[in-house]
Design a protein around this ligand. Structure first.
Ligand SMILES: [Zn+2]
Length: 122
């Protein structure tokens, strides 16, 4: 396996595929949850193989433990905790994994969540 940097075209394709897989996994979540998790798994593999980083938004949109796409209000519980430090507590509805997002590290958490639920409604 080559370790050299991949050509830019390849990187672009990798990024596009990751985006497509993330979109697909959201669409499939309801009808085929296992398939949705599989899409995220593939997207993560592409991302590590091609050194193509996931965007912040993408990283927040799935459960690291079971790869299920996280959609607040649908298959995940999101709570805002203010003590000792402001953070979001996101509980995955399918495996129960809890993750924290510290709010000072997130640029606009409320906007991200609104966007997510809007995309879901469409
Ligand atoms: Zn999970």
């Amino acid at each position: 396996m080559e370790r050299r940097a991949k050509p830019k075209v390849v990187q672009d394709i990798a990024r596009q595929r990751i985006e497509i897989l993330f979109d697909l996994s959201k669409q499939e979540l309801e009808a085929h949850p296992k398939r949705a998790a599989r899409y995220i798994e593939i997207a993560r593999k592409i991302s590590s193989k091609y050194n193509e980083r996931l965007t912040k938004k993408q990283k927040q949109s799935f459960c690291k433990k079971c790869n299920t796409p996280i959609i607040p209000g649908k298959n995940a519980t999101v709570r805002i905790v203010s003590k000792p430090k402001k953070h979001l507590l996101i509980t995955c509805g399918s495996c129960g994994a809890v993750k924290k997002h510290f709010l000072d590290k997130i640029e606009k958490p409320s906007k991200t969540i609104r966007e997510k639920s809007r995309n879901e409604g469409a």
